[in-house]
Design a protein around this ligand. Structure first.
Ligand code: BF8
Ligand code: SF4
Length: 676
């Protein structure tokens, strides 16, 4: 990746530590293993054993594989399979949530139940499930069964697509893009992209669009809704982030992966007085739970458990030597964790029958006896505490506020009885808020960790663009301090005025990657609130995935495009080899669905293009051109100056990072810094 490995000082410190110990990480392996230049750009086909066929050279677009497949077909086919892979991953997660809800409703899932009845009723309403004179359990069972049907139903359309604007639903119908069932769309893409089936790049890409919608408006959306029903709809809370949340004198348990089911039980287990006493008997001061990747986001949003980091932090956490157990479920788990853990005392524990790793201990998670499993795992960590060797916890952590949901934003803008998005829409119309940007997705070891994400967030808010974040991008922003309430000071004058009035920060953490569905819901409400057109493709909004890494990210980018959003990805384009496919996904999709998917590696160019797209939409809506000089001097300024002074006095020094390698922990988390 070149000289800059990360913009996170905790990562840099741990990379130096890794080097001094002679241990490799994804960062060092990315330097040693260059990407295959043919596969990277989508010019390699390995769909049948007459190949792999590689279409390279100046005239590549004129060449064909042995079967005659040309470059557009090969690139589109590979891209569509990436979409299907991503959809399958998110949706299988969603399916497991539906199964958990069903088991809970049947009284068959110890420890789980309906936490948020209001959300259950809202979901039942759009699923057209009767609620009058029925028990919560009966309704929950029907919601779970209805959700489960969306994956494999033989007829009909995915019910959640009805939550899109009327205009969008009509467009999808007209184009044949309404997804029918999750499994069917994934299967159909795999069929069409088998050797010798769909050989028209444009048609292949249409099937990719439909398949992606089965994720955003299907599996992922159902996953978010059911997680809210089971674990509560998030509302803002304060916590901390980065490797400095690991505690030198406590049993550290890190949960990593994506699903909230086991990790929610882990939260309860680490708070169990009996287990805490056992930890103390082993010489520890207590038990400390932290997260990595999207499991971290799930339990941060609902319980305030601090994330130890994002995707590229998983190995760095083990490298601290202070992690007694790294507990993983599914997705984004590096196999490198197994040999790495063996160099320390860390127990790597796999929990899903779908995701085993040679060298790890497997403790299978069973939703019927989840609290027991969680306690068993915590006990393994406690028993492992005396085996700890030297530790090296970097003394970097940052405060954050997370836990925004569509429901909470509604509430903030009008209270329980007049919930709306009116204030935000009015602010966009007036130009106080220039537009909206979603900054989402992964870390990628091929580019400097967090750099593009943080620079984009910083420059968006300075330019009065309100930002929502999810996934590893949310963690990146948090580590850099952009989820602290005081970051309002870094926002442009208009954005700042509006955020002060509504009482929300300029960068909103909306959750994990399946929670990108929350962004779809927010955009849909902004579009239907009035004054900003009728659909997502009318909005001055843009979606960015600056450090995309996996197939899930590709699926997300595609469903945002299919929903009408302009989407910009960083790193490199998986279809770069084909000018035809690149054109289809930009101009072609824009003409078809109003959204598109571009790949721009440089963050400066991503920013410039984003602002150009936002201003273009403002002009199309005939809104006042954005003018930063117009706002920021409201009559309330002295009042807010007083609040700011108060906040500054109350805040602890943020950048006081003493390089104390003992890992001594002077702070506590979750007790300050929030506006929640
Ligand atoms: O589902 S952002 S690296 S952890 S894929 Fe993975 Fe990417 Fe992180 Fe969350 Ni999302
Ligand atoms: Fe080559 Fe065609 Fe087989 Fe692909 S499907 S590997 S292009 S022969």
């Amino acid at each position: 990746m070149g000289d800059v490995k990360s913009v996170d000082p905790a990562a840099l410190e741990m990379l130096a530590h890794a080097e001094s110990c002679g241990i490799s990480t994804a960062f060092s392996r990315a330097d040693e293993m260059k990407p295959c230049p043919i596969g990277e750009v989508g010019a390699c086909c390995r769909i049948c054993s007459m190949g792999p066929c590689r279409l390279v050279g100046k005239d590549a677009e004129q060449k064909t594989g042995i079967c005659g497949a040309d470059l557009p077909t090969i690139a589109a086919r590979h891209f569509a399979r990436q979409v299907a892979g991503g959809v399958a991953a998110h949706s299988d997660h969603g399916r497991d949530m539906a199964l958990t809800l069903i088991a809970a409703a049947q009284g068959d899932a110890q420890g789980y139940g309906v936490r948020d009845e209001q959300k259950l009723m809202a979901v039942a309403a759009y699923m057209e499930i009767p609620t009058k004179d029925r028990s919560v359990g009966e309704i929950a069972l029907d919601v779970g069964e209805k959700a489960l049907e969306q994956f494999g139903q033989p007829h009909g359309e995915i019910i959640t697509t009805k939550r899109a604007t009327a205009k969008r639903q009509a467009l999808w119908h007209k184009l044949g893009l309404t997804p029918r069932a999750v499994d069917r769309e994934v299967t159909e893409v795999m069929h069409r992209t088998h050797e010798g089936v769909d050989l028209d790049a444009e048609n292949i890409l249409k099937s990719a669009l439909r398949c992606s919608l089965a994720d955003g408006w299907g599996g992922a959306m159902l996953s978010t809704d059911i997680s809210d029903i089971l674990f509560g709809t998030p509302s803002p809370l304060a916590s901390e982030v980065n490797l400095g949340v690991l505690k030198a004198d406590q049993v550290n348990v890190v949960v990593h992966g994506h699903e909230p089911t086991l990790s929610a039980m882990m939260v309860e287990a680490v708070r169990d007085p009996e287990l805490i006493a056992e930890a103390k008997a082993k010489g520890a001061e207590g038990i400390n739970l932290a997260g990595i990747c999207c499991t971290a986001n799930e339990i941060l949003m609902r319980y305030g458990i601090p994330p130890a980091g994002n995707f590229l932090h998983q190995e760095l956490a083990v490298l601290t030597g202070a992690v007694e157990a790294m507990v993983v479920d599914v997705q984004c788990i590096m196999q490198a964790l197994a040999p790495l853990s063996q160099r320390f005392h860390t127990k790597l524990i796999t929990t899903s029958p779908k995701a085993k790793i040679p060298g790890a201990v497997h403790v299978e998670f069973d939703e019927h006896r989840a609290p027991e499993t969680a306690r068993e795992i915590v006990r393994m960590a406690i028993d492992n505490y005396p085996n700890r060797g030297p530790i090296h916890i970097p003394d970097f952590k940052e405060r954050l506020v997370a836990g925004f949901s569509h429901e909470y934003l509604n509430y903030m803008q009008g209270g329980f009885h007049r919930a709306s998005f009116r204030p935000l829409n009015d602010a966009i119309i007036a130009g106080r808020v220039r537009g909206l940007a979603g900054v989402v997705g992964c870390n990628n070891a091929r580019v400097p960790q967090d750099q593009a994400i943080v620079e984009l967030i910083k420059n968006f808010i300075a330019n009065d663009v309100m930002v929502v974040v999810t996934g590893c991008a949310a963690t990146a922003g948090a580590k850099a301090g952009y989820l602290r309430p005081e970051i309002l000071d870094a926002a442009g004058p208009g954005l700042r005025e509006v955020m002060e009035a509504i009482g929300i920060p300029p960068v909103l953490h909306l959750g994990s990657c399946v929670d990108n569905s929350r962004i779809l819901t927010v955009l849909t409400q902004v579009a239907t609130e009035g004054g900003l057109g009728e659909d997502i493709d009318d909005l001055p909004a843009v979606g960015l995935c600056p450090e995309w890494m996996c197939e899930k990210a590709i699926a997300i980018g595609t469903y945002f495009a299919a929903s009408g959003a302009h989407v910009i990805f960083g790193v490199s384009s998986p279809v770069k080899a084909s000018r035809v496919v690149t054109g289809l996904m930009t101009k072609g999709w824009e003409a078809l669905v109003g959204g598109d998917l571009e790949f721009i590696p440089d963050w400066n160019e991503m920013l410039a293009r984003s602002l150009e797209l936002i201003d273009g939409k403002r002009a199309a809506l005939k809104l006042a051109p954005y003018d930063p000089a117009q706002f920021g001097d409201s009559g309330d300024s002295p009042y807010f100056a007083a609040i700011k002074e108060y906040l500054a006095a109350a805040a602890e020094p943020v950048a006081a990072h003493a390089h104390d390698h003992s890992g001594g922990d002077a702070h506590t988390h979750g007790d300050d810094g929030g506006d929640g």
